[in-house]
Design a protein around this ligand. Structure first.
Ligand SMILES: [Zn+2]
Length: 387
């Protein structure tokens, strides 16, 4: 298995496929599926790419294999897109790792190693009478905010009972939860006036922004946020506005975010940010009584989730890792992962890494032993479902 698995991941990493441009890599995955005997009729795309904010070339690629009657359906998943730095990668083996031969590109093992691990597991079960029903799902547009899994056509999956998702990192660490994130766009509309001749006729959007940010700082709503036992984070990441020193600023645009494993705290942080800007805007008024106006738009990027240790997919994954002689660990991540949306879609999902290191950089590497372990874990977990 290991030569096939290593050759496969090397082939997949050499194919460009940044977010929204997944056509080539999807075709390569289809070619691999057909070569291992998956019938054409079991392979389909959904229409997620027509519902994402940035339209992509293709939707999520879904493979649905029948299996033993009475057994639950298991889903294996990974994302096909890479970050742009990986385009043009020439993968090269160097001892126990695979690296990019060119120092200017990343490797793209995030997440082609995940795609390969799912394919290796599938290959072990295609056409086998004692296999359980298996769905494989290859997501698009993960790297630009989980857009593919968010817009997933869930009704095309064949109702999986649970999923094992492969993404960047350590194959022995089960990610059982992730934070939820909310993005905010705040626009302060002031009243312009000549700052030297008649500033009182204006209302400065920049003044209002300053008051709001100071209030949030004072209320300890910025950065690491702690309320009782709950923790979260917030950030004002972008601020743009004004036009000249002699003009009272009539426009400021701000982008902010709030995150927490607890959706109540996440919402409380976002509420506090919204209120601070509304209150501050109302305090900055022209002499004719017109205030700055704040427009706040909010979008929940993904909800937080947390799987229990007694969830069947958690137990099976732990067992597979233990059988490989390793020690399973579990944890939660402060980033968003496709599992956020899978859990929201009603599919309990464990996420494992495949041995990728320094992802999203030109130093990215794939640890071959860890990658092969991920392939084994995927294969073993499917075997437990069959029984
Ligand atoms: Zn990834």
């Amino acid at each position: 298995m290991s030569k096939f698995a290593i050759d496969l991941v090397t082939r997949l990493m050499s194919i460009p496929g940044k977010s929204c441009e997944e056509q080539l890599i999807a075709q390569a995955v289809i070619d691999e599926l057909l070569a291992m005997g998956v019938p054409q009729k079991s392979i389909a795309f959904d229409t997620a790419h027509t519902r994402t904010p940035q339209r992509g070339q293709v939707g999520n690629l879904i493979v649905k294999l029948p299996g033993k009657k009475g057994r639950p359906r298991i889903m294996l998943s990974a994302h096909m897109d890479t970050v742009p730095i990986c385009v043009g990668c020439e993968p090269k083996r160097k001892g126990n790792v695979i690296i990019s031969a060119k120092s200017t590109t990343g490797l793209g093992a995030d997440d082609r190693a995940g795609v390969a691990a799912v394919l290796v597991a599938l290959k072990n079960y295609v056409g086998k009478a004692d296999a359980p029903p298996i769905t494989a799902c290859f997501f698009v547009q993960e790297e630009i905010g989980l857009q593919g899994s968010r817009a997933l056509s869930v009704n095309k999956l064949g109702d999986p009972a649970y999923a094992l998702n492969f993404d960047g990192g350590n194959p022995y660490k089960l990610t059982l939860g992730a934070t939820g994130g909310e993005r905010m766009a705040i626009r302060l509309k002031g009243i312009p006036a000549h700052a030297g001749i008649a500033p009182q006729q204006g209302a400065s959007a920049i003044h209002a922004a300053g008051i709001a940010i100071a209030a949030l700082h004072k209320g300890k709503w910025l950065g690491a946020v702690k309320r009782g036992k709950l923790t979260g984070t917030s950030n004002i990441g972008v601020i743009q506005g004004g036009s000249a020193t002699n003009v009272v600023a009539d426009n400021v645009e701000i982008a902010a975010e709030a995150r927490s494993h607890d959706s109540t705290l996440r919402t409380a942080i976002a509420d506090a940010i919204e209120k601070a800007f509304q209150d501050a805007a109302a305090q900055v008024v022209s002499d004719s009584g017109s205030p700055v106006v704040a427009e706040v738009s909010r979008r929940v990027d993904y909800d937080s989730f947390r799987l229990g240790e007694d969830s069947p997919i958690v137990e099976m994954t732990r067992r597979a890792i233990t059988e490989l002689g390793a020690k399973p660990e579990s944890g939660v991540t402060n980033g968003g992962i496709d599992a956020n949306w899978l859990v929201k879609h009603g599919i309990p999902t464990v996420t494992l890494g495949c041995g990728q290191r320094d992802v999203h950089t030109n130093k990215e590497q794939l640890d071959i032993a860890d990658y092969l372990a991920a392939c084994e874990i995927a294969t073993k977990v499917v075997s437990y479902v069959a029984r």
